[in-house]
Design a protein around this ligand. Structure first.
Ligand code: HBI
Length: 370
């Protein structure tokens, strides 16, 4: 089958970040890591990338156009039938006003926000907008506008995983799943872990940290907790509910520091109460050779090779988690690292994004790969 091997000419890409926090604050969760890695890989592949994000972004690896304004409230704190809300002087509105002004300088605008406005604005822009949907279905209003855009602008909607995509009603296949990828050179393999477990992520109710804390209590294995405290009250509740749990909160760490802790753990626990769209935490753990034990919900259940690179357990079952912890010696940690190299390299991610942009721009000249 003849394949078009010529790489696409360099694209001019405008990335519009999530409006829930500045890049580097941790408030943007997995999207921060995704945006960072995709930008780095697109630059490596010869494209140009300009990032637009709320003021207070902390990255210095990329020039970021920082936009002032009030942050958007996080979608997971709202009810499904809530009307769309926008704060006064909305940073979301201000970022997209900036995008409107400069759009003609770019080939594709990539939207990383899980918010109604960018989807609604799609037909008003002359430049193509590519939407990376970062969570499962949470809101009827967002479901509807995503459906409308998917109908009017084929190829412009993408998800991380099938189990995330199926949560959105009425979407017409083929849906595009980009999975994720990380810079594997930033994660160092460790074959001899300490007697400790790790839990990483935004500390927020939908991530159910309390279940991991219960595992630490039941197994008496110390639990290292890393990530941004997004919901202070929720964190304080956990601390008061489990005063003697063998847990240690290490803060929201850089990738380098985070992986230096994770790599020495027997496993990473993932306890999502919701359909986790992907779970970058899972591939970061695998890249360090660390098995992942997760509830069977969303992305992690598609990432983990059950019994080989970790365990997928019954949702909300703390017993299932502790049973899996007792079986960790059956996992070969090299298999975990190998899976990260096989499935989650930045190169593979970059190719999927290039294919996506070519499809949107109608330059899908590469004959369909077998
Ligand atoms: N909520 N309204 C809104 N917009 C976002 O972009 C958003 C969010 N909640 C969480 C979030 N993004 C990120 O943590 C994603 O990584 C999930």
């Amino acid at each position: 089958m003849q394949n078009n091997l010529s790489s696409p000419q360099a694209l001019k890409l405008l990335f519009i970040s999530t409006p829930v926090g500045g890049l580097g604050t941790g408030l943007g969760g997995g999207v921060e890591l995704s945006l960072y890695n995709i930008a780095k890989e697109m630059l490596r592949r010869g494209h140009t990338v300009q990032i637009v994000a709320p003021s207070g972004s902390l990255w210095d690896e990329f020039p970021i156009i920082e936009i002032p304004g009030n942050l958007q409230i996080i979608a997971q704190s709202q009810e499904r039938k809530d009307p769309i809300s926008m704060p006064v002087n909305s940073v979301l509105g201000n970022m997209w006003e900036y995008a409107r002004q400069v759009q003609s300088e770019y080939d594709v605008i990539v939207n990383f926000a899980y918010d109604w406005l960018p989807f609604y604005l799609t037909p008003f822009f002359q430049t193509a907008i590519a939407h990376l949907v970062s969570m499962g279905s949470l809101s009827d209003a967002l479901d509807q506008i995503i459906y409308q855009v998917s109908q009017a602008f084929p190829h412009t909607i993408s998800f991380y995983t099938p189990s995330q995509g199926v949560t959105f009603p009425n979407l017409v296949p083929p849906l595009r799943y980009l999975s994720s990828g990380i810079d594997l050179s930033q994660y160092e393999f460790c074959g001899k872990p300490k007697n400790q477990l790790a839990w990483l992520g935004r500390i927020s109710p939908e991530k159910a940290l309390e279940d991991a804390v219960e595992v630490a209590v039941k197994t008496n294995i110390p639990l290292k907790i890393m990530g941004k405290i997004q919901d202070e009250e929720y964190w304080q509740q956990i601390c008061s509910d489990y005063p003697n749990a063998p847990i240690e909160y290490l803060g929201f760490l850089s990738t380098e520091k985070m992986q230096s802790v994770v790599r020495e753990c027997k496993a990473v626990l993932m306890t999502p109460r919701w359909v986790e769209a992907f779970g970058n935490v899972a591939i970061e753990a695998l890249a360090c050779g660390v098995p992942v034990i997760s509830y069977s919900r969303g992305g992690p259940s598609e990432i983990i090779q059950d019994g080989i690179t970790g365990f997928v357990v019954e949702p909300d079952s703390v017993t299932g988690l502790t049973d899996a912890v007792s079986k960790l010696d059956t996992i070969n940690r090299q298999d975990c690292r190998q899976q990260a190299e096989n499935d989650f390299s930045l190169e593979a991610l970059g190719l999927r994004f290039e294919d996506w942009f070519k499809a949107i721009l109608g330059r899908d000249d590469s004959v369909s790969r077998l």
